[in-house]
Design a protein around this ligand. Sequence first.
Ligand SMILES: [Zn+2]
Length: 281
Amino acid sequence: MPELPEVETVRRGLLPAMEGRLIERAEVNRPDLRWPLPENMAKRLTGTRVLALRRRSKYILADLSSGEILLIHLGMSGRMLVSGITLGDFFHDHAAPEKHDHVVLHLEGGARVTFNDARRFGAMDLLPTATAEQHPLLAEIGPEPLGNAFNEAYLAAKLQNRNTPIKSALLDQHLVAGLGNIYVCETLYRARIAPDTRAGAIPDAGRLVPIIREVLAEAIEAGGSSLKDYRRTDGELGYFQKAFAVYGREGQPCQTPGCTSTIARMVQSGRSSFYCPTCQR
Ligand SMILES: [Zn+2]
């Protein structure tokens, strides 16, 4: 499942193709993804301009001149692929249409943006701009981990009286937006905190904030983590998975200098937590 760094990488890849550009034509090739696509979607997109392309949590939001916002969620296997313009050093030609190309946007300037999703857990919706913040998917989300509202005082106060394990607390999207299993495991390793530690028992819990930001910033820099289906907008892989210290490394040696332990795995709320039993207490 793409987490914040993967979605941010996709957003940055879409910027040169979409931001400020007119959508000259839209193809909508099926009535639904995870949920039904909006009615008359192709017509509502055609002739509108993308004023800005933002990210909120794991959603990409395109502010349209029509007074609507196009919400894009990659789900499990969704890809947004850009062709027809130069990305980085390379010109990406239009590929032949593929079986799971569900929505295709033809943009002013020659770019084509294709939403491809083999498993269809992704979603797209059109929301009135004026009330977008109240949309069920957006209304309850906590602060952005890279934004100013997520600071040491905020996190310390939120964790103070929590009896849940720190792993579950950081995965709670009401507390902070966009963090998932991978980046929480890596954060707790760097903070030397065991994933089952009671959140309220962590001294100076605000110190997690700069660690979370550091992990996310490094992951964005690496183009995200490609574990299964995730691709950047040029079709290439992200490579932060090569930098994982604990995630998916059960039984392999801990990378902390001087530590002779191997990485362990425990299951919390049905999900695997990877950690070093010696370094993380
Ligand atoms: Zn260790």
